[in-house]
Design a protein around this ligand. Sequence first.
Ligand code: AHM
Ligand code: MG
Length: 335
Amino acid sequence: MSMVTLNEFIMERQADFPFASGDLSRLLADISIAAKIINHKVNKAGLQDILGAESTTNIQGETQMKLDVFSDQALLNAVKWGGQVCGAGSEENEKYFAFDLEHCRKAKYVILFDPLDGSSNIDVNVSIGTIFSIHRRKSSLGDLANVNDFLQKGSDQVAAGYVIYGSSTMLVYTTGHGVNGFTLEPSIGEFCLSHADMKFPETSTMYSINEGNMASCSKGVQAYVNYCKSVDKKNNLPYTARYIGSLVADFHRNLIKGGIYIYPGTKKNTEGKLRLQYECNPLAFIAEQAGGKASDGKNRILDIQPKDLHQRTPFFIGPVKMVEKVEEFIRELDI
Ligand code: AHM
Ligand code: MG
């Protein structure tokens, strides 16, 4: 059986881009190395003194998990010493890093990432993930990265992806030419192409939302969830509810099986919980490339102009028809 490794695939695809210098390919390879390092640690989480909370808190005021901190460092090191980015922004750090190294000052890209999403699930052995977003820098080559490099719209992403540490470990990414998924083959330590040209299925019948928050959601969102539960065989209703509480895992399942993921604004948190730049934008880019849609309920996620590195947004992502349906309820019921 012939196997295509991630590196072979990236090199093959690079040939499709005239004048490509290979920098983006090298960056993706650096990320895949960090993913393997994180994967190794995640797999041993139950065996080492690594479970539980670190004593520090991050910028969001949340308790950082030890594995969060480890994953953040693994990614920062990989991209800094790889030399393809001039800076990095991460969920775990209040300010972006501008790497003051000669090779980084000359680098063309910046990266934003959530090093370990869904980390509240670590202690209970549930799937978690890494999410990343890559932009071309705005600042001049040779300068230090500046804030404008990190406040670009999602539509300007040149690549984005996620790694899911699940029953197997997968890396899924796009450079704007479709979505491809690679499964880590542990015996050879390589990501191998397993899910070529991923698309949301034609028929999608799942919805994922934390229904515990329902009472403080808008009327439009409440009406949509009631619609999901209504009985109408012709339209495959009721839908099946599935919520892991781990964005990467919920999104990955919905991409493969067909479903919508929702994290809306609530009365208390009008902008929801998820962060635009390193959680929503990369998944929105992947969703659109997989024939889906991502919205804040009214606007395309990728068109939002970020004002802050850690800004949050309501998030509705999945097959086009499902996202359009919830938008319809929001338009009608939420002023
Ligand atoms: P995190 O980045 O601190 O891990 O939080 C993000 C996570 C997502 O993975 C998940 O979809 C969401 O928070 C779950 O939130 P809730 O527990 O409110 O449903
Ligand atoms: Mg997160």
